[in-house]
Ligand binder design. Structure first.
Ligand SMILES: [Zn+2]
Length: 166
């Protein structure tokens, strides 16, 4: 999947989460989560630029998602003693950090699993899963997912704001 399609899938994933965060009274977290997921939307494709790393190999796995989650959890554990804020879902800041990093990578993998090349979720175990819905370079799918994502996010924000106003 190309960048536009990945951003679309990321926004589709984010829409219900954004709605929940806004209606639960965490607007700052909603912005933080959306910003992080969209910023990291293309992170696994760093493998295009890394020597000796095959495309859709290690960086397209749940293991990599766990590593990114661990980095975020580590950062959160440094911040937690200094800055204690109420975290959505009542989880610790460390758990929240892990989920944010983990989820950002998984959102990318969801965009790639619909293409015939698929995703090796359990790398290094050699098995690829694919829904084979569309080739990665499909203009229709990349634009379609992007537009759907924008609508889903706009809808989530509009509904949450409307709900808050009633
Ligand atoms: Zn990818």
């Amino acid at each position: 999947m190309y960048k536009r399609g990945h951003l679309g899938v990321a926004m589709l994933t984010l829409a219900p989460i954004t709605f929940w965060l806004l209606t639960d009274g965490y607007p700052a977290f909603a912005v933080l989560v959306a910003g992080t997921v969209l910023y990291l939307a293309m992170l696994p494709d760093v493998d295009h630029r890394l020597p000796l790393v095959s495309h859709r190999g290690p960086t397209h796995s749940l293991l990599f998602a766990g590593v990114v989650g661990a980095v975020f959890a580590g950062a959160a554990s440094l911040v937690e003693p200094v800055l204690s804020i109420a975290v959505p879902g009542g989880v610790s800041m460390v758990a929240f950090g892990f989920l944010l990093g983990f989820g950002s990578v998984v959102a990318h993998l969801l965009g790639d699993v619909i293409t015939p090349m698929g995703v090796n979720f359990l790398w290094p175990y050699p098995r690829t899963w694919s829904l084979s819905l569309t080739p990665a370079d499909s203009t229709l799918w990349n634009w379609g997912l992007f537009v759907l994502g924008v609508f889903a996010m706009a809808g989530a924000v509009a509904l949450a704001v409307q709900g808050a106003a009633i």
